[in-house]
Design a protein around this ligand. Structure first.
Ligand SMILES: O=C(O)CCC(=O)C(=O)O
Ligand SMILES: [Fe+2]
Length: 231
C-alpha cells in the first residue's frame, strides 16, 4: 500500500526549510550508499552530523508522529532520523531496495518496514525526478507537491529517475512498524479508517455519542493489534 500524507507542511514552512537547506553544505550521496546501491546512486545529501539537518529532521518526525493518518497507516515503532537529498544535472538513484536493517541513533538495530519521501519543492520546478515504486499492481510514479509525503513498503524495488532540468529537494527516512506484516498492517489501517468514519457519524454537538457497534469494532481492532504487534 502506498499512502500519501498531504500538506504535512504549509508552503511557507517548506519555503523556509528550502532556503536553509539550499544554503547548507552537501556531500556526495555515495557516502551513505551500501555496496550495491553505490553503483546506481548519483545525488547529494546533507551530512548525517549536520546540526541543520538534525534540527529539520527532528521537526519533520515530530509533525509526522502527531498526524493521525500517518499513525494509522504506519503504526510506527521507531523512525530512523530523517535525511535530505538533492538531485540535479541528471542526478538519479537507480533501481534498488533499501537495507533491511539499520542502526538507530540509540545503537539498536532496527528493521525497515516502511520508507518515506517528503517532497520539498514543487513538481513543476523540475523535470524527471519521479520516485518510481514497483508494486503488485505495477509501477507507480510518485511526484508530489512540496509539503506532501509518500509512505511505501521498504521491501519494494524503487528508483528516482534522472532530474534533467531544475532540482529536486526531498527528505527521506525509514521506520520500523509495530506490525511488520504489510497485509496485517493494511487490514488494521482499513479497519481503523472505517471505525473513524463511523465514529464521526455518531457525533452530536461536537461530542461522540455512544454506539455499541463502533465500540465492538474498536475491541476487534485492539485485539488484532495485540495479536499482530511485534515489539
Ligand atoms: O529520493 C527519494 O525519493 C528516495 C531516496 C531513496 O530511495 C534512498 O535514499 O534510498
Ligand atoms: Fe531507496
Amino acid at each position: 500500500m502506498l499512502t500519501i500524507i498531504e500538506k504535512l507542511f504549509t508552503p511557507q514552512e517548506v519555503a523556509s526549510m528550502r532556503e536553509s537547506l539550499l544554503a547548507a553544505e552537501w556531500q556526495d550521496g555515495a557516502a551513505t550508499a551500501g555496496s550495491r546501491s553505490i553503483t546506481v546512486k548519483q545525488n547529494l545529501q546533507i551530512p548525517t552530523d549536520s546540526p541543520l539537518g538534525q534540527e529539520l529532521g527532528a521537526e519533520i518526525l515530530r509533525r509526522l508522529r502527531a498526524h493521525p493518518l500517518f499513525v494509522s497507516a504506519a503504526l510506527p515503532h521507531s523512525i530512523h532520523p530523517a535525511k535530505f537529498n538533492l538531485y540535479k544535472d541528471g542526478g538519479h538513484y537507480g533501481l534498488h531496495v533499501d537495507a533491511a536493517l539499520m542502526t538507530a541513533p540509540s545503537g539498536n538495530l532496527m528493521r525497515t518496514d516502511l520508507s518515506a519521501t517528503l517532497f520539498l519543492n514543487d513538481p513543476q520546478e523540475y523535470e524527471g525526478g519521479e520516485l518510481t515504486i514497483e508494486t503488485p499492481f505495477g509501477n507507480q510514479a510518485v511526484k508530489l507537491p512540496a509539503g506532501d509525503l509518500v509512505l511505501y513498503p521498504a521491501n519494494s524495488l524503487h528508483q528516482v529517475t534522472p532530474v534533467t532540468k531544475g532540482y529536486r529537494l526531498a527528505s527521506f527516512f525509514w521506520m520500523q512498524s509495530l506490525v511488520p506484516d504489510e497485509g496485517e498492517r493494511t487490514l488494521l489501517f482499513d479497519l481503523d479508517q472505517t471505525i473513524q468514519s463511523l465514529a464521526a457519524q455518531h457525533m452530536e454537538n461536537g461530542a461522540a455519542t455512544k454506539d455499541a457497534q463502533v465500540d465492538r469494532l474498536g475491541f476487534i481492532y485492539h485485539n488484532l493489534l495485540r495479536r499482530w504487534t511485534k515489539l
